[in-house]
Design a protein around this ligand. Structure first.
Ligand SMILES: [Zn+2]
Length: 416
C-alpha cells in the first residue's frame, strides 16, 4: 500500500488552542489538519511547535499614501497639523499612477513579508488625485492576484461636497472601473446636511453597484461630530446590515456616556465592524500636553456591547502617521496597550482583531485554519500568542495559496 502524497505538508504546527497538528495542503487549500498525518508531500516543512495562524488581515490601509517622506524636504515642519495636511494636496497633484504603483507595491511586499494575506486598500479619488491612485491600486491588485486578496476602495478623501469640485463623477467612474468597495468620510463635510448627503450618496452608490461601504467616522476629538450615528441609522434604513464598516469613530470617546451608549447600540443593530487604528490617533491629535484626551474609540465598551472591533495599519510614513512597517503584529501590540487588552486570556481578543474579525468584516471566503480553507498560513517564531506579541516574534514562514511566499530568520549573536 502506498502512502498518499500531497503538495505540501506542514508538520508540528501549534494552533492558537495549543493543539499540535500536521497540515496537508493540496491545490492551494487545506486538505487535512490533524496530528501525525500519515502522508508524504512534494514539500515538507517543520513548524517546530511554533504558533501557526491564518495569515493576518489588514482591513484599512491608504497604500497610495505610503512612504511620502521623499516628496517633502528634510526641513519640512511636521510639528504643525495644518502644515502636514496641506502637504497632502500638493503631493497628490504631483504623483503619477506609475509612481503610486511603485510605492504601493513595496507596501504590499512588506505586508507579505510580515504575514498578511489580505488587504483592503484605500485609493484617494478626488480633484487632487483624480483616478491616478485608484488606477494604480487596481493594477496592483492584478499583479498580486496569484498570491493574496487585495480589495480596492474608491475613497473620496477630500469629502464629496466640501471639495472644490464635486467628486461624485470621479467616484462613479471608479465604480465603473471595478472598485471592490466604496469609501466615505462624512465627518469632513462642513455641516450636518452635507454630512447626511455624503452618507446617502455613498450608500446609494454601494447599493447601485452591489458592493460594500467603508466609512472613516468622526476621526476627531470634537464631541459634536456625529456622523457615526448617521451611517448606522442609514445602514439600518437601507437594509445594508453587515455590509458597512467604520474606521476610527474617535469622537465616541468625547460624547457623554448616554449618547455614546446609544451610538454603540446603533453600530450593533447595523451589523457594523469598527476598525480602531488607535496608534494613528495617538500621534495625529493636536493636543501635546498632559493629561491628553483618550483620543480613540472606546474599544472595551464596543466589545462589551457585542460590536466587532478590528484594528489595521491605516497609514505608513505619511503626514497622518510617521511610522508603520505594515506589520499587523506591531499593530496588535499597540492595540493590546491602547484597548487595553494586555493581561491573561484577554490578549486573545487582540488576535481576533487582526485575523478572524477583519476577515469576516471584509467578506473573505474560506478564511481560517480548517479543512477546505485557503492555505494562507503564518508560522511565528513563538510558542503562543502572548509570546508572539511580547517579543514581536519573527515570521518564520508565510504560505499564500499553499505556496511559500516569505521566510525569515532572526539571527542574534550575543558575545557574552
Ligand atoms: Zn484611514
Amino acid at each position: 500500500m502506498t502512502t498518499r502524497s500531497v503538495d505540501c505538508l506542514l508538520r508540528n504546527a501549534c494552533l492558537s488552542s495549543g493543539e499540535i497538528v500536521d497540515i496537508a495542503i493540496q491545490d492551494g487549500f487545506i486538505a487535512q489538519l490533524e496530528p501525525n498525518l500519515n502522508l508524504t508531500a512534494k514539500l515538507e516543512v517543520d513548524a517546530s511547535h511554533c504558533l501557526t495562524l491564518p495569515t493576518f488581515v489588514n482591513g484599512h490601509l491608504h497604500a497610495c499614501k505610503s512612504d511620502w517622506r521623499s516628496f517633502l524636504p528634510d526641513t519640512f515642519d511636521f510639528s504643525s497639523v495644518g502644515n502636514r495636511f496641506s502637504a497632502i494636496a500638493a503631493v497628490k497633484r504631483q504623483y503619477t499612477s506609475e509612481e503610486v504603483l511603485a510605492r504601493a507595491e513595496a507596501t504590499v511586499r512588506l505586508a507579505i513579508r510580515h504575514g498578511t494575506g489580505a488587504l483592503r486598500l484605500f485609493a484617494d479619488v478626488d480633484a487632487d488625485a483624480g483616478l491616478r491612485a485608484f488606477s494604480a491600486l487596481l493594477e496592483l491588485k492584478k499583479r498580486f492576484a496569484d498570491w493574496l486578496e487585495v480589495q480596492v476602495v474608491a475613497f473620496p478623501q477630500n469629502g464629496v461636497f466640501s471639495a472644490k469640485e464635486s467628486t461624485t463623477q470621479l467616484l462613479t467612474e471608479a465604480l465603473e472601473m471595478g472598485a471592490d468597495v466604496i469609501g466615505g468620510i462624512p465627518w469632513l463635510e462642513p455641516n450636518e446636511s452635507s454630512q447626511l448627503a455624503h452618507v446617502n450618496l455613498v450608500l446609494e452608490l454601494a447599493q447601485r453597484y452591489q458592493i460594500p461601504a467603508h466609512f472613516v467616522l468622526d476621526d476627531t476629538d470634537d464631541p459634536t461630530s456625529r456622523t457615526a450615528e448617521m451611517v448606522a441609522i442609514k445602514t439600518i434604513e437601507t437594509s445594508m446590515q453587515g455590509q458597512v464598516c467604520g474606521t476610527q469613530s474617535n469622537a465616541l470617546a468625547f460624547y457623554d456616556a448616554a449618547h455614546a451608549a446609544r451610538v454603540i447600540r446603533l453600530f450593533k443593530q447595523a451589523g457594523m465592524t469598527i476598525f480602531s487604528n488607535a496608534h494613528v490617533a495617538l500621534v495625529t491629535t493636536a493636543q501635546r500636553s498632559q493629561p491628553a484626551p483618550r483620543g480613540h474609540a472606546p474599544i472595551l465598551e464596543l466589545l462589551g456591547a457585542g460590536v466587532p472591533v478590528a484594528t489595521a495599519q491605516d497609514d505608513i510614513n505619511n503626514p497622518y502617521y510617521p511610522f508603520g512597517r505594515n506589520d499587523m503584529l506591531e499593530v496588535a501590540q499597540f492595540m493590546a496597550h491602547l484597548a487595553p487588552l494586555a493581561w491573561g486570556q484577554e490578549i486573545n481578543q487582540v488576535l481576533e482583531m487582526v485575523t478572524t474579525t477583519p476577515a469576516k468584516a471584509i467578506g473573505l471566503e474560506q478564511y481560517g485554519l480548517q479543512v477546505g480553507c485557503k492555505a494562507n498560513i503564518l508560522v511565528l517564531d513563538a510558542p503562543n500568542w502572548f509570546e508572539a506579541i511580547k517579543n514581536q516574534a519573527e515570521k518564520k514562514l508565510v504560505l499564500l495559496n499553499g505556496k511559500i511566499a516569505a521566510q525569515t530568520e532572526r539571527k542574534v549573536t550575543l558575545n557574552i
